[in-house]
Design a protein around this ligand. Structure first.
Ligand code: GLV
Ligand code: MN
Ligand code: MN
Length: 416
């Protein structure tokens, strides 16, 4: 008999977790604002840890607040197989981004416990700190520290973009500065992450399971443009050094870079903070962010070079000074071919349609790929929406994704 997860239990948990930091849209949409290391994040963490402990799992927390819950295998000498994702969200987030991967991992383990199925290797379900990077850049910060890609001291010193709080202080304040050392010294045998697609492709093509072959490269830059504040009524146009106009020209230019490069290139100005932000004052300064992504490292470098030239030209023309800060820079990642095959085989054996695809979003799996064979499973997103409170996925697709995860875990947990 083929083992299946209990989708009603999984959806119930997604709903319950989604109530913490819940935000409601104008048409009754139910989204989530649980930014990393806030009180709502703490409440979400506490709830998931309670569920982990209720299942009798061994829960460990590391120095950057990543949480690992393990069901031991029959051969304690073998490294466990890990699954998981994140439970922090963006400010206008949904209930599935990250949360699905964590709770589906928990569901897979509960299914095995209930069915009395033991595995050779242990199974670990993890949630990683600050995957979104929306409050504390870079994104995937917790998994980056776990794999040794960022020193713990540097990570603890990152300041929040909203209120300037220090990450290490916030982590201690919410009670999640754990004892397990980072970088990890007991890396998993393999890692597989279930996630919503967050884009339109699977739905458009009527396909149930995305078999993810890799993640595109990410380049985040923060610019601070400084001009001169001046009176809006008395300052002739020729004398202005308008930081907001410079920001607008850069915003427009960034879109043109993506249009000119074509293909998969995407480019976004997502944050723009003018100062003093008043109706009758020429803006003194603007802080803004630019997010560039491509599956090709060379095209991404080309986009970065064009962006640098654009900023120089605009700064010169508008007589503003520029400070640049790199918030995140990750090269494209290719997942392990054998793991990708296992995902595809498991989904097909369950009777689901599949499609190989890259990930447009960043994921903890791209960090885990540095230390063990890794792959990802995507489920369709209704209307391709994510980072939007209307983000949604059909329960039948949740079931298909979680069943696929269960069977990939079972397969990997029997590996030599
Ligand atoms: C993070 O998940 C991102 O893709 O921005
Ligand atoms: Mn995510
Ligand atoms: Mn996200």
């Amino acid at each position: 008999m083929v083992l299946h997860i209990d989708v009603d239990r999984l959806v119930r948990r997604l709903d319950e977790l989604g109530e913490l930091g819940a935000v409601e849209g104008p048409n009754g949409e139910r989204g989530c604002a649980r930014l990393a290391l806030t009180d709502d994040d703490r409440a979400g963490r506490d709830l998931v840890v309670t569920w982990m402990r209720d299942l009798g799992l061994v829960v460990e927390i590391d120095e950057i607040g990543n949480v690992f819950a393990t069901r031991p295998g029959t051969d304690p000498g073998l490294a466990p197989v890990m699954t998981g994702s994140h439970i922090d969200t963006v400010r206008t987030g949904g209930r599935f981004d990250g949360n699905l991967g964590v709770l589906a991992g928990l569901e897979a383990i509960e299914t095995l416990i209930t069915a009395g199925v033991e595995t050779r290797r242990g199974l670990t379900v993890a949630f990683f700190t600050d995957e979104e990077g929306a409050r504390f850049p870079p994104d995937m910060l917790g998994s980056l520290v776990y794999v040794g890609g960022m020193p713990i001291e540097a990570a603890l010193d990152v300041c929040a973009v909203d209120d300037g709080a220090r990450l290490g202080d916030e982590l201690a304040r919410i009670g999640y500065a754990g004892p397990r050392p980072v970088p990890g010294d007991r890396f998993p045998h393999a890692f597989v992450e279930l996630h919503i697609e967050q884009g339109p492709i699977l739905e458009d093509e009527g396909i149930t399971i995305g078999v993810v072959e890799g993640v595109q490269g990410i380049s985040w830059t923060e610019l601070t443009l400084t001009g001169r504040s001046a009176h809006a009524g008395t300052t002739p146009m020729r004398l202005r050094r308008d930081a907001l106009l410079a920001a607008a020209r850069i915003t427009d230019g960034v879109r043109r870079i993506a249009d000119d490069l074509g293909g998969d290139q995407v480019a976004t100005v997502g944050r723009l903070e003018p100062h003093p932000n008043l109706v009758n004052v020429v803006a003194q300064s603007v802080t803004m962010t630019v997010d560039l992504r491509n599956t090709s490292e060379s095209v991404l470098r080309d986009a970065e070079a064009r962006f640098a030239t654009l900023v120089d030209e605009v700064a010169d023309a508008e007589r503003v000074t520029v400070e640049r800060r790199t918030l995140a820079r990750f090269e494209p990642v290719e997942f392990d071919a054998g793991m990708v095959d296992r995902v595809e085989a498991a989904a097909r054996a369950l009777g689901h349609s599949t499609r190989r695809m890259p990930s447009g979003a960043g994921h903890d799996a791209q960090m885990l790929a540095r230390v063990c064979p890794t792959a990802m499973i995507f489920t369709p997103s209704i209307d391709g929406l994510s980072h939007n409170i209307a983000e949604d996925t059909h329960p039948s697709d949740i079931a298909a994704g979680a069943d696929t995860l269960l069977h990939v875990l079972l397969d990997c947990a029997q590996m030599e």
